[in-house]
Ligand binder design. Structure first.
Ligand code: SAM
Length: 301
């Protein structure tokens, strides 16, 4: 069956399945950006709807999570959309591209705006899968995917993007996404960090070398240095990006009861005013106060 015929048949099945009562039960009082009856092919392509158009319980959480993320980014995206008739967004470490596929869909079906996505992931099998899913969702004309690292992504991009997004890209890939966004002058950068261990590695090396200092008890405690290292990494990232000329906010995007990887760093480029030297000075002071280990990002911005 052709993709178009499949899409027509599946959309009809979804409209039958998602009666007003079922849709209201799913929503449970919340607004739905993508009601299943309307976004059936997208949700099927993302693996959130079953073949029979029902939504299995484990997928319900993901369904609400990605919509919530779009809502959180809403004001920043609306400002970008007001400035540009055609938006180009990079999804760095896109994985299965849940968020960016939803954004491309919203552009077409909700906002009447072309949102082009460039998804980048170092896993070629995932990239092949993203291409297949984008075609299923009817979004392959606005979504392209590159198998490669975030660090080298700039070389593959035809034009500078308006926004760089990166959700839970592993370890230092979040810093790579920030560096990419700043280097290309992206107006919006939004990253949700994951398992960043750069500081913890540096602190572990100091503990092993027997270095002394006020922070040494932290360096010696593996769990604490990992946890505190991740938190301080986000503070340092925010300072460095602010120093590079962005207004930066770190916000909690899901309650910590769901996941502890719940920080979203959202950065908006500030006109031509340039950077903020005070933020850079704060970064340097923080590095000094915690024993001298900083982020490689500092040399890249
Ligand atoms: C935890 S998954 C998150 C996927 C997706 N962003 C999401 O939120 O569903 C992390 C993804 O980042 C990719 N990744 C990690 N480091 C990367 C790098 N340096 N360059 C490109 N992709 C990377 C991995 O292959 C993986 O698909």
């Amino acid at each position: 069956m052709s993709t178009a015929r499949w899409a027509t048949a599946f959309s009809a099945r979804a409209r039958d399945h998602w009666t007003p009562a079922r849709t209201a039960a799913l929503a449970d009082g919340k607004a739905l950006l993508v009601p299943p009856a309307e976004g059936a092919t997208l949700l099927r392509a993302l693996g959130l709807l079953h073949r029979d158009a029902s939504m299995p319980a484990p997928q319900v959480r993901k369904y609400f999570q990605i919509q919530h993320m779009v809502t959180l980014l809403g004001p920043a995206l609306a400002a970008l959309r007001a400035r540009h008739s055609r938006l180009v967004l990079v999804d760095a470490g896109c994985g299965r591209s849940y968020l960016s596929m939803l954004l491309a869909w919203c552009g077409r079906h909700r906002w009447d705006q072309v949102i082009e996505i460039v998804g980048i992931d170092r896993n070629p099998a995932l990239i092949d899968d993203c291409r297949r899913r984008a075609a299923l969702a009817g979004l392959d004309d606005v979504m392209t995917f590159i198998a490669g690292t975030v660090e080298d992504a700039g070389a593959h991009l035809a034009a500078a993007p308006h926004g760089v997004l990166s959700l839970h890209a592993c370890d230092t890939a979040t810093c790579d996404a920030l560096a990419l966004g700043v280097r290309l002058g992206a107006e919006l950068i939004a990253v949700a960090p994951c398992c960043q261990a750069e500081l913890a590695r540096g602190w572990a090396a100091k503990a092993e070398a027997g270095d002394a200092g006020a922070f040494a008890p932290v360096w010696r405690a593996p769990h604490v240095r990992r946890e505190l290292g991740a938190e301080l990494t986000d503070v340092m990232r925010a300072l460095l990006v602010r120093a590079a000329g962005y207004d930066v906010a770190a916000i909690e995007f899901v309650p910590s009861a769901h996941t502890r990887k719940n920080t979203l760093i959202r950065a908006l480029r500030q006109g031509e005013a340039g950077g903020d030297p005070a933020a850079r000075a704060e970064y340097e002071a923080l590095v000094a106060a915690t024993g001298g280990v900083g982020l490689a990002l500092a040399d890249r911005l």
